[in-house]
Ligand binder design. Structure first.
Ligand SMILES: Cc1ncc(C[n+]2csc(CCOP(=O)(O)OP(=O)(O)O)c2C)c(N)n1
Ligand SMILES: [Mg+2]
Length: 418
C-alpha cells in the first residue's frame, strides 16, 4: 500500500496521477498522517467506524469518549461551547420554521413544503460547518440549512409558493438552488469544486442528498469524478430512512451508505443525525480535512423524516406509528436542550430569548408569504439562458400574443396539433 503524503493541488485539468500498482491508493495530509500514526491500512481509514459516531445520547447525556464510536483515525474533539449554543438556537428556529411552513401549506399560502422536521440537527450542522467562502448545494428538503447559512427566510421559501423559479441569488450566498430533480446538485457541486481547485482557491463544497438519491446514476458520477480529481467536496447524505414510500432496505443492501465511499477511494463516516454535537464534530473535521487537501469525503447521517414526504403524501400508508414513536424519543432538540441545561450553558432566560427569535422568524414568514406578489408570465423565459434560444423566443412571442388577445377579449381556444 503506497501512501503519497504530498498531494497538493496542481493547476491541471488532468486527473491526479494514478498509483503505479493496481489496488494502491493514496491519502493526503491528515489522512496519511493518521494511517502512519495508528498503523492502520488506508482501507481501514476510508471505511466508516464500526458504529455510528454519537456523542450525546438520546437522553441528553454526554457519552464517555470510549463509547462515542471513535476508533483510531476516527476520533473527533467536542465542538466549542459557542458553536453548540449557536447550533441550539438554529435548531429551535429551524423547528419553528418547519412547523410554520407546514401550517402555511394547509392554509393554501404555500404550494408545497418538504419538511425537515426531525432532521434539524443535520440542517443546522450543514450550515455551521462551512466558512463564508465555501459553497453549499442543497436539495428541496434543505430549506432550514439554507436559512441557517444566512439567506433571508422569505427568499428561501419563495420557491415553495410555486409561482417563481427561486428566491435567492446563489452566487451572492454561495448556495446552489434547492434542486428537485434528484441528485443533479451533486454534479453542480463537483463542478464548482473543480473550478475552485483550478483557480487555486481553498473553497470547500458541501454536497447534500438523501438516501434515495444514492441510487441515482448522478451520485456515482459525482463521487467518482470528485475522487479521481481529488476535489474538496463533502458528500453529506441525510439518511432519513425513506425515499417517499420506499424504505432504505429496498434502496440499498450495502452495510451502510457510508461504506459506498471506499469503493470510490474516499473516506466515509456515519454519524447519529439527531445528535448535533456529533454532527458538528464530524462535519467540522471533514471540512478541515477537505480544505487541507484530503480530497472528497462522504458523511452519512442517520436520521428520520418525522412528517410525510410532502403535503401530497400520506405516510400512514407505508409506515407504522410505533416506528415514528421510536424516533420521537431521539428528537434532536430535546436532547440538546437537556445537554446544554446540564452543562449550565443554557438557562430559562436564554431559552426564552431563543424562543422569541424563532417566533419573530415565524411571524416574518406568515406576513411575507401571505402577500400576493404580482408575477409576469414572461419572466418564465427570462432566466433560463443568458441568451435565449430561438425556441424560447418563439414561445415567448406566442405567450405575448395570447396574453394580448386575452386582454382584448378575442382569445380563442388553441387547436390541438395534428
Ligand atoms: C430524477 C428524479 N427522479 C424521481 C424524482 C421523484 N422524487 C422526488 S423526491 C423522491 C425521493 C427522494 O428520496 P431521498 O433522496 O431519500 O430524499 P428525501 O426526500 O427523503 O429527503 C423522488 C423519488 C425526482 N424528483 N427526480
Ligand atoms: Mg430519504
Amino acid at each position: 500500500m503506497t501512501i503519497s503524503a504530498d498531494h497538493t493541488a496542481p493547476k491541471t485539468t488532468q486527473a491526479e496521477p494514478v498509483p503505479e500498482q493496481s489496488g494502491d491508493t493514496y491519502l493526503a495530509g491528515a489522512a496519511a498522517e493518521a494511517v502512519r500514526k495508528f498503523g492502520i491500512t488506508a482501507e481501514d481509514y476510508m471505511l466508516p467506524a464500526r458504529h455510528q459516531i454519537q456523542m450525546v445520547d438520546q437522553d441528553g447525556n454526554l457519552k464517555h469518549h470510549s463509547e462515542q464510536g471513535a476508533e483510531p483515525g476516527h476520533e473527533y474533539p467536542l465542538p466549542g461551547d459557542d458553536e453548540l449554543l449557536a447550533a441550539y438556537e438554529q435548531l429551535v428556529v429551524g423547528r419553528r420554521v418547519n412547523d410554520q411552513n407546514s401550517a402555511l401549506v394547509r392554509q393554501g399560502r404555500m404550494a408545497v413544503y418538504p419538511s425537515s422536521h426531525g432532521q434539524e440537527a443535520c440542517q443546522v450542522a450543514s450550515a455551521l460547518c462551512l466558512a463564508e467562502g465555501d459553497w453549499m448545494f442543497p436539495t428541496y428538503r434543505d430549506a432550514v440549512a439554507v436559512m441557517a447559512r444566512g439567506v433571508d427566510p422569505i427568499e428561501v421559501m419563495t420557491i415553495f409558493r410555486g409561482d417563481w423559479h427561486g428566491g435567492y441569488d446563489p452566487l451572492k450566498h454561495k448556495v446552489g438552488i434547492q434542486c428537485t430533480p434528484l441528485t443533479t446538485q451533486l454534479l453542480h457541486a463537483v463542478g464548482v469544486a473543480h473550478a475552485a481547485k483550478l483557480r487555486g482557491e481553498d473553497t470547500v463544497v458541501l454536497a447534500m442528498c438523501g438516501d434515495g438519491a444514492t441510487s441515482e446514476g448522478d451520485f456515482h458520477e459525482a463521487l467518482n469524478f470528485a475522487a479521481v480529481f481529488h476535489l474538496p467536496v463533502i458528500f453529506f447524505v441525510q439518511n432519513n430512512q425513506y425515499a417517499i414510500s420506499v424504505p432504505l432496505a429496498h434502496q440499498s443492501v450495502a452495510p451502510s451508505l457510508a461504506h459506498k465511499a471506499v469503493g470510490y477511494g474516499m473516506a466515509g463516516e456515519r454519524v447519529d443525525g439527531n445528535d448535533v454535537v456529533a454532527l458538528l464534530a464530524v462535519l467540522d473535521r471533514a471540512v478541515k480535512l477537505a480544505r487541507e487537501g484530503s480530497g472528497p469525503l462522504l458523511v452519512e447521517a442517520h436520521t428520520y423524516r418525522m412528517q410525510a414526504h410532502t403535503n401530497a403524501d400520506d405516510a400512514t400508508r407505508y409506515r407504522q406509528d410505533s416506528e415514528v414513536a421510536q424516533w420521537l424519543a431521539r428528537d434532536p432538540l430535546s436532547r440538546m436542550r437537556t445537554y446544554l441545561f446540564g452543562r449550565g450553558l443554557l438557562d430559562d432566560d436564554g431559552e426564552a430569548r431563543i424562543a422569541e427569535k424563532a417566533e419573530a422568524v415565524a411571524t416574518q414568514l406568515r406576513n411575507g408569504l401571505g402577500e400576493d406578489v404580482p408575477v409576469d408570465p414572461q419572466d418564465l423565459f427570462k432566466y433560463v439562458f443568458s441568451t435565449p434560444t430561438p425556441q424560447l423566443k418563439e414561445q415567448s412571442a406566442l405567450l405575448a400574443d395570447e396574453l394580448a388577445r386575452d386582454a382584448a377579449g378575442t382569445s380563442t381556444p388553441t387547436e390541438a396539433p395534428e
